[in-house]
Design a protein around this ligand. Sequence first.
Ligand code: PLP
Length: 638
Amino acid sequence: MKQKWSINDAQKLYGISNWGAGYFGIDDLGCLTVSPDAEFKPGVRMTEIIEEARKLGLEAPLHVRFQDILHHRVQRLNEAFAEAISEHDYQASYQGVYPIKVNQLREVVEALLEAGDPYKLGIEAGSKPELLLALSLHKNYQSLLLCNGYKDETYIRYALAGLKLGKKVIIIVEKLEELPVILEVAAELKVRPMIGLRVKLATRSSGQWATSSGDNAKFGLSSVDILQAIELLTERDLLDTVKLLHFHIGSQIPEINVISRAVREGARFYAKLAERGCTIEYVDVGGGLGIDYDGSASSQASSVNYSLREYASAIICGLKEVCNEEKVVQPTVITESGRALVAHHSVLVIESFGKIHKQNTLKSMPEPASLHRLVQDVLDIRKTLAKGHLVEAFHDLVYYKQQALSLFDLGFLDLESRAVIDSLYWEIGSQIAEQCKNLEKVPHEIKTLLDELKDQYLMNFSVFRSLIDFWALGQNFPIVPLDRLEQKPDCEAILADITCDSDGKIDRFIGAPVGEKNALLLHNLDDKPYFLGVFLTGAYQDTLGDMHNLFGRMNEVHIVLDPDEEGGWYVDQDIAGDKVDEMLTQNEYSVSELVRAFKAQVDQAIKSDRVRPSEGVGILNDYEKAMSGYTYLSVSKK
Ligand code: PLP
């Protein structure tokens, strides 16, 4: 009898309400929906967006961005701080800055700045190119423009030019040697700089970015450096130019207690400097506000054990307590939250184009008499399986398979016998695995066998281009089929990408409600398209991806809600992904030269009668056409 399956089961299996922050759900038809703000119910169907993108000529793989989610995140962050300030009767305000590096795409930054305008959301630049971009994008002169990262003289010059224009540009000193250069250039430009000091805290985070603080951190000033900086500024009568104290102990901080400790340590530095006459206006607690990627609400690296509200409260409370104890003025609070603003807005849509199914056994078994005697040994294992002794049976199976491989290598086993033994290995192996699956204690070797038996769904995308933190940092992302969620998925699978690298696969998945799984339950493939959504990919993944195998940027559609539209939404922007010729040009190739060189080879083949002239023309036309095509496979099912 078929087990009953409901949409609630799908919700639970994929943990959607645990990690979705209210933005994602499943409708009655079993389609995944997105509700970019709390008011838009029942949400936009992802499959309808994919259909619309297709009409615009944009196939998967595809990025779907929800501009309204960006707006909503900005609003929620600012509201959380406003509530904490009012609840704790804090005597100063909150201002955010957006670190461009987290996602520097124009539409993303513009949407954030637009949403952040009423809240004076500023920009954080971490490099010279980012500063050049920020100088132009930064239009709200009430908001801050913070300059982080190592700086050369030119970087400092641009920053001071911004200050001259009337912007609140604060140059944050990352290492002591930067300070004299800032003072020299400022003197030359006849401008009084606004200086920030980044302090190296002893408080360390757990998780992937733990090395961002502590004595060995790459950035920031030690307590000794801070005293020397103060001395230098006092000598030059410039102590009042120190406007900000900054610290950043890492991104994705999983534990609230770590944040509380860091804030208190940072607040002490602020207070001690204030006591020495520094009129610091801002305390900048950096980034680190994390996302619950796996929905476990725990202190695991892919999660956070706190809410946005608790985060704001911990910061406001910590600062207030220390300032009261030290009897200093409560400063304006700055956060450099990036991940928490942009992670939710982007869904990576990938399509399956087949699977590697190891249990594909031979259609018909040749007569055993015509095969090698090893085949009979393996068949005997199958006969005795019913009697139990599963682990012994598995050991025998492995033994005979190894024997078969050695004999094949030495030329003593024919191809048919090898195919029969391979086929029997997976057939008998899966029977053993099935019978052992529910044992109280599954032997280690059988667990490995279970892993080996999983199907590999072939997905048209590149892990290295679009999900680099999965590969580089072991970061897990939620992955969910975009429809058929009303049907029970019964195929345990891992995902293989289309790069030619064996690392190009996803074989770890979030476990719901907690932990990690090494397979994802998916539906069997049929003749219809099968799309998966990879969620919470809006932070860092767009910007860090590489060009492995020359796979380029993906197609994109940006969705905006509008109640006047028929479905309540429309595609605001459709952006075609990189073409092959663009990827080649980025790698210093001249596409016209490549075409010319290829044409010469086609001409030669025609001359030497290898191909007919009409064939040659066809080959050349196809080559030129492919050059201006998408870098990913054209395997979309209609
Ligand atoms: N500020 C600084 C100095 C950073 O290095 C980073 C990222 O690591 C951020 C802000 C953004 O952090 P998050 O994305 O965790 O908010």
